[in-house]
Ligand binder design. Structure first.
Ligand code: GDP
Ligand code: ADP
Ligand code: MG
Length: 201
């Protein structure tokens, strides 16, 4: 297992923050699992955190489920606080954080930096719209997710191009974005991801 990569000047409490932006169905979750396997980072998926709240049956969970079923964004503070709490809980043992599914709009990125810290690398998982659509339809056959339905997929892809793609441009200027061509096989995509992470050393 690779030792944790510490980037000088990154906030000490959170030794390393990598962000994994990309559209719905681009393969973020799949690539994050492989990154965790090889580098031991702490994977925090905004969607997984939200689904855990939904399955808890809480009142807040019911409100979140209604938003997610439409493929809309949940309130910024809700998801930001959930991520922050998860990071603090793991900060003492984590080799570094891999944030998946956040930010989904520029102001989420701004708030993250105010309240948590600056990321050192963005692994931009880039797939074509038709590829994401095809993968989500396929995933929907087994995921049981209420947001993997035709209409919601359409909403989520529209939201991605409107609100999330601008996040890439927001970080582009800092030279920390690595664009990953996510059209190939999982392993072909991962070899690009591994090169990008190794370039941090
Ligand atoms: N062919 C191919 N399929 C992939 C790849 N990555 C993910 N998938 C599949 O595409 C679907 C979406 O992947 P997921 O990791 O959930 O994407 P996310 O929505 O960005 O988190 C899943 O059914 C995966 O099995 C890839 O690199 N190549
Ligand atoms: N950063 C976020 N801000 C607002 N809502 C979010 C965020 N992350 C996830 N969600 C909600 O959870 C849903 C599922 O997210 P996620 O599991 O990351 O989707 P996928 O992995 O398919 O891209 C999103 O469609 C959205 O409704
Ligand atoms: Mg995912």
């Amino acid at each position: 297992m690779h030792s944790s990569l510490h980037v000088p000047g990154s906030p000490t409490i959170f030794s390393l923050i990598l962000i994994c932006p990309g559209g719905p169905g681009s393969g973020k979750g799949t690539q994050c699992e492989k990154i965790v396997e090889r580098y031991g980072f702490t994977h925090l998926s905004s969607g997984d955190l939200l689904r855990a709240e939904v399955s808890s049956g809480s009142e807040r969970g019911k409100q979140l489920a209604a938003i997610m079923e439409k493929g809309e964004l949940v309130p910024l503070d809700t998801i930001l606080n959930m991520i922050k709490e998860a990071m603090i809980a793991k900060a003492s043992t984590s080799k570094g954080f891999l944030i998946d599914g956040y930010p989904r709009e520029v102001r989420q990125g701004e708030e993250f930096e105010k309240k948590i810290g600056a990321p050192c690398l963005l692994l931009y998982i880039d797939a074509k719209a038709e590829t994401m659509l095809m993968r989500l339809i396929k995933r929907g056959e087994t995921s049981g997710r209420s947001d993997d339905t035709a209409q919601t997929i359409k909403n989520r892809l529209e939201l991605y191009y409107k609100a999330t793609e601008p996040v890439i441009a927001y970080y582009q200027g800092r030279g920390i974005v690595r664009k990953i061509n996510a059209e190939g096989s999982v392993d072909e995509v991962f070899s690009q991801v591994a090169n990008a992470i190794e370039s941090l050393q």
